[in-house]
Design a protein around this ligand. Structure first.
Ligand code: NAD
Length: 405
């Protein structure tokens, strides 16, 4: 809401539209009675928040976590609206969540929760209404159960009702590493603006999961030397650069990047403070704060993670002329390929990975350039520029729909 306030002032947002954008369009709270493996019923609480659909069907992930709250889901639904708008895909924004502890649930308990949740929100989702996707602790298996439950209710197979499905059920090639691919495209475009040649440039990556490890692969393909990476167990450094394939192999074998031959272990916080050209935070929110932001020496930060820098850190980074590619742009590769999956499903097509990647490339470059130009126009940071662009697009759609007299 703070981001909306400051952007509204910047773009002189129509006060009526501003008022509309202060609240989600629809909030659904459901109770899910589920028979657990021990034979007793447990009632879970679930949410689906549909923030805005002026630009197209609602779109957003579903997360399973013991700490899911309605406020969090509302905030995430708002960000999804800006994210889809920033990459100019015809979607609005939504988010869902179930308060549960997936780490302590069996596969069949998770299946029953998912099927009941889907049945309870079935009237409010659908290919032209609201298209869910995976998020924290939900995956392609979860999406398959949603697809099956929704299709049973409709009486026919509706693959386009969710994205992030397995390939066998209409999932898209390239979805698996699309977030990292989009993030590295943004880092590359940022380097172009700063006139930093990528061949021989250096990078550090916090987090070596899906987004982090694939970012390492794509950076290396561009000739960038990835000097340091970290995961929840620690951080490693190599002056000559790490080989992403060897690093992944070591992590698969030992459960961590720590201990990889030819590297030295460094303190986990050091990863954010190394003298590198590109820093990719790909782990948790609030990694860069007022406490450590002034020690960041990277010239470019591409936010693969959601919210890795606090607003206070952001001000310091801006003062120190670090070019921050904000999360709503830097990690939008995932939702962009989700959109491409939906388009393939609607047309009953299956594209090659090259076709998918070519479209992703084109959309990410266009989005980066549009955000960059907007930040220049208003003389603000790239984050403020991205918000200004996305909120302007949503506002224009609302106005053109002519919702009020
Ligand atoms: P993941 O679970 O695959 O990987 C997370 C990684 O972070 C793991 O390697 C873990 O060990 C590491 N980690 C956890 N705590 C850490 C710590 N304190 N210090 C260093 N590393 C730590 O998750 P992911 O899918 O790669 O997502 C990472 C971030 O990117 C999240 O913020 C997520 O919301 C965001 N994101 C991911 C996608 C996607 O498609 N994967 C899309 C949009 C945003």
């Amino acid at each position: 809401m703070k981001q909306l306030e400051s952007t509204a002032r910047l773009i002189k947002l129509d006060p009526d539209v501003h008022e509309m954008l202060k609240n989600p369009k629809r909030v659904l709270i459901v109770s899910l009675p589920v028979k657990m493996d021990h034979g007793k019923v447990q009632v879970f609480q679930g949410f689906r928040v549909q923030f805005n659909d002026a630009r197209g069907p609602f779109k957003g992930g579903i997360r399973y976590h013991p700490k899911v709250t309605l406020d969090e889901v509302k905030a995430l639904a708002t960000w999804m609206t800006w994210k889809c708008s920033v990459v100019d895909i015809p979607y609005g924004g939504a988010k869902g969540g179930v308060v549960c502890d997936p780490k302590n649930m069996s596969l069949s308990e998770k299946e029953r929760v998912t099927r009941r949740y889907t049945a309870m929100i079935a009237d409010f989702i659908g290919p032209y209404r609201d298209v869910p996707a995976p998020d924290v602790y939900t995956d392609s298996q979860t999406m398959s159960w949603i697809l099956d439950t929704y299709s049973q209710i409709k009486g026919y197979q509706v693959p386009e009702c969710v994205t992030g499905k397995p390939i066998a059920l209409g999932g898209s090639e390239g979805r698996n590493n699309s977030t990292a691919r989009g993030c590295v495209i943004c880092a590359r475009e940022a380097a172009k603006q700063l006139k930093i040649p990528l061949k021989g440039a250096t990078a550090a990556i916090q987090g070596y999961g899906n987004a982090g490890s694939w970012s390492a692969v794509f950076l290396r393909e561009l000739g960038v030397k990835v000097e340091a990476v970290s995961d929840s167990r620690g951080a490693i450094y190599s002056k000559i650069g790490l080989d992403p394939a060897k690093t992944q192999k070591h992590k698969d074998k030992t459960g961590s990047v720590v201990g990889l031959g030819g590297t030295e272990q460094i303190e986990p916080e050091e990863i954010l403070e190394l003298d590198v050209d590109i820093l990719i935070p790909a782990a948790l929110e609030n990694a860069i704060t007022a406490r450590n932001a002034s020690r960041v020496r990277a010239k470019i930060i591409a936010e693969a993670a959601n919210g890795p820098a606090t607003p206070e850190a952001d001000e310091i980074l801006e003062r120190n002329k670090v070019l921050v590619v904000p999360d709503i742009l830097a990690n939008a590769g995932g939702v962009t390929v989700s959109y491409l999956e939906w388009v393939q499903n609607l047309n009953r097509e299956h594209w090659s990975e090259d076709q998918v990647n070519a479209q992703l490339e084109q959309k990410m470059v266009a989005a980066f350039n549009a955000c960059y130009e907007t930040s220049r126009k208003y003389d603000v940071s790239l984050r403020s520029g991205a918000l200004a662009l996305s909120i302007t697009r949503v506002a224009d759609a609302i106005k053109m729909l002519g919702i009020w007299p």
